[in-house]
Design a protein around this ligand. Structure first.
Ligand SMILES: [Cu+2]
Length: 163
């Protein structure tokens, strides 16, 4: 079998995931939320997007960025993660997982496509005190309209779960 870069990545991520038997042995399976990295959203037609771009998860959940299309990654904004949390940076073209234990809002982008508006927000838990601070993140051009839109969507999600 010819070892391609793709198969190497696939086997590396497969080995990082517990077998079904091991998962059953655990008290509770970790919840994994998938976010696709896309050149074009097939539903909206938007170019350079994370899908879904705004998600709400529980503390301890894992978010998996899936390299559906090539040329993308996920990089957290240094000033858009809860205090004391280290920003992540995934590699281009590779699936990337991050487990989020700390409650709060996490803003991220695709490194090469920030100016194209490839940004996203993850809400963890019910106390996202830093959500408003995401407005201060330096996002310009086409990205700034999406960023504002996503922050508004995140605020709606929080309002829904609070009621
Ligand atoms: Cu990208």
């Amino acid at each position: 079998m010819k070892i391609t870069r793709r198969s190497l990545i696939a086997s590396a991520s497969a080995s990082a995931i517990l077998s079904p038997a091991a998962l059953r042995a655990q008290d509770s399976e970790p919840t994994v939320h998938e976010v696709e990295m896309l050149n074009r959203d097939p539903d909206t037609g938007d170019i350079m997007v994370f899908r879904p771009a705004v998600i709400k998860v529980s503390p301890g959940d894992t978010v998996r960025f899936v390299a559906t299309d090539r040329g993308h990654n996920s990089e957290a904004f240094d000033d858009a993660v809860p205090e004391g949390v280290e920003a992540w940076k995934g590699n281009i073209n590779e699936e990337f997982e991050i487990t989020l234990d700390t409650e709060g809002a996490y803003g991220y982008h695709c490194t090469p496509h920030l100016s194209a508006g490839m940004v996203g927000i993850i809400l963890v838990g019910d106390n996202v005190d830093n959500l408003d601070a995401l407005r201060d993140v330096r996002v310009r051009g086409r990205a700034s309209a999406r960023w504002e839109d996503y922050i508004a969507r995140a605020e709606e999600m929080m309002a829904e779960t609070a009621s």
